[in-house]
Design a protein around this ligand. Structure first.
Ligand SMILES: *[C@@H]1O[C@H](CO)[C@@H](O)[C@H](O)[C@H]1NC(C)=O
Length: 482
């Protein structure tokens, strides 16, 4: 290890000194109520509460390149065995707010992040607005890396681009992960990227940081930070990636992290599904045509999926990707309106267009312009007037006590996107369940109407979400998973 790298690792380590979503089971939710099933969901209260065991829900016609998606915390995950490390709901929500703040600061920077990178690397404080997303994410998949392959649990994130994993010898630091840490010296297909390689320079726009160079070995060193306490620094490398037994990608560019710290919840790193040239989606474009789809399960005790390549999509409704917002990494959509219980919120469509909208797999709670949020809350409260209200939690301010009910009726919420596409949220996509005594409307306002709207992962639950970056569209289908 060169002294330059060690120094940079030390400086950066000094600098940079979840989630139990309990929700509904859609199976039981689809009970017909006589009059208003078109405008409301009827939900058994028992289905709101967490199940202690994992129920695997395999799709009948499983596409070829399909991975199981599990929630980071809960009975389907092996990642966080240590109860003390499972975050509280209030931790999850405040972490979510940090991610949203970072998305906003990333989108509003006029030029790239690279202007002040040198200073950031050399100074002792990272600007709070710098860096990439908080690496919390929520959902992970298992992929194989190296020859022979080692299985790694990676959080997948449509809001970031660089894929990385912790690597031996963990020259500076590795956080605790469930899988054995990847050892590049034991793989015959591993190689370092050199400092002079053109892909090394692509790191600037992918990570927001100028790469360093390990002088002795001429190895390209990346650094990416996700917030106050999360970061990864190490060698930018190439390796064989095994997606499934039949889908193997050679020379996949990824970060081999030698100094890693943060809120990655026992996972081995991140799988970057953003739109930048070094994202997984772009690196595998010949094989998968820049198409992937996922379904996030209704509760942490169910399993969803992530598939790459074209899927059967006759029941998917597509909305065009927006070109006017979203920067170079995010998937931006045009949100035009919202319906609650069959009523269209009376807000002008410019409320949404001023800041634009992105869809993000890593943001938990959907963020709306304050004007839209207050209209949605008013309409939702009308439909919920018979239930006792309780205090809010963190960013959530509309919560109910359902502990004396066997079943509840919740107004349906639908999003109207460009291309005339209406997406009906499933019941698990509307509520954040802290306990049966505190179930909250799972939306929050942005600070300002001009801030970017974010379609978060609670709202995506049980929908099949198809990203087609080549076709310039994102699609939604109901009932993608349980
Ligand atoms: C990659 O670079 C590091 C840092 O110089 C070095 O320790 C390691 O042996 C290199 N690996 C390969 C396969 O060249």
């Amino acid at each position: 290890m060169s002294s330059f790298l060690l120094a940079s690792l030390l400086v950066l380590s000094f600098l940079c000194s979840l989630e139990k979503s309990l929700s509904f089971q859609t199976r039981r939710e689809a009970i017909e109520s006589n009059h208003d099933s078109q405008y409301s969901h009827l939900v058994y209260l028992s289905s709101l509460l967490p199940s202690p065991t994992c129920t695997s829900s395999t799709k009948d016609s499983k596409p070829k390149a399909s991975l199981e998606v599990r929630h980071k915390h809960g009975p389907c995950s092996q990642l966080n065995q240590d109860k003390a490390e499972v975050p509280t709901h209030s931790d999850i929500l405040s972490q979510d707010q940090k991610r949203v703040n970072q998305i906003h600061s990333r989108l509003y920077k006029k030029t790239g992040d690279d202007n002040s990178v040198k200073e950031e690397l050399d100074s002792t404080t990272l600007p709070a607005k710098s860096g990439r997303l908080i690496g919390s994410g929520n959902y992970f998949v298992v992929v194989g890396i190296g020859s022979p392959k080692r299985d790694l649990s990676l959080i997948f994130d449509t809001g970031s681009d660089l894929t990385w994993t912790q690597c031996k010898p963990c020259a500076a630091s590795c956080y605790k992960q469930q899988d054995p840490i990847f050892d590049p010296s034991k793989s015959t297909s591993y190689s370092n990227i050199t400092c002079t390689s053109s892909v090394c320079t692509q790191l600037v726009s992918a990570t927001g940081n100028q790469p360093a160079c390990a002088k002795s070995s001429n190895a390209c060193v990346y650094g990416i930070q996700y917030g106050d306490s999360s970061f990864s620094i190490g060698y930018f490398s190439q390796e064989r990636l095994t997606v499934t037994a039949t889908d193997i990608i050679d020379n996949f560019l990824f970060g081999c992290g030698q100094n890693n710290q943060g809120l990655f919840g026992g996972s081995a790193g991140l799988l970057g599904l953003g739109r930048h040239p070094i994202s997984f989606v772009e690196q595998t474009s010949i094989k998968y045509k820049k198409i992937f789809a996922y379904c996030l399960p209704s509760t942490a005790s169910n399993v969803g999926y992530l598939t790459f390549g074209r899927v059967a999509d006759n029941y998917i409704k597509y909305t065009p990707l927006s070109t006017s917002s979203g920067g170079s990494s995010f998937y931006a959509l045009d949100l035009l309106g919202i319906y609650v219980g069959g009523t269209k919120l009376s807000i002008s469509s410019s409320t949404f267009s001023s800041g634009g909208t992105i869809i993000d797999s890593g943001t938990v709670i959907t963020r709306l312009p304050p004007t839209a949020y207050s209209a949605l809350r008013t309409e939702f409260q009308k439909g919920m007037s018979k239930y006792p209200k309780v205090s809010g939690l963190s960013i959530l301010d509309t919560c109910y006590d359902f502990s004396s009910y066997k079943e509840i009726t919740v107004p349906k919420i639908s999003f109207l996107f460009g291309g005339g596409v209406t997406v009906d949220l499933a019941a698990p996509g509307e509520l954040y369940v802290v306990s049966d005594k505190q179930v909250c409307l799972a939306f929050a306002p942005n600070g300002d109407d001009s801030d970017t709207t974010i379609f978060g992962n609670v709202q995506q639950k049980t929908l099949q979400v198809v990203y087609d970056a080549a076709g310039g569209k994102v699609g939604f289908g109901a009932g993608g998973c349980k």
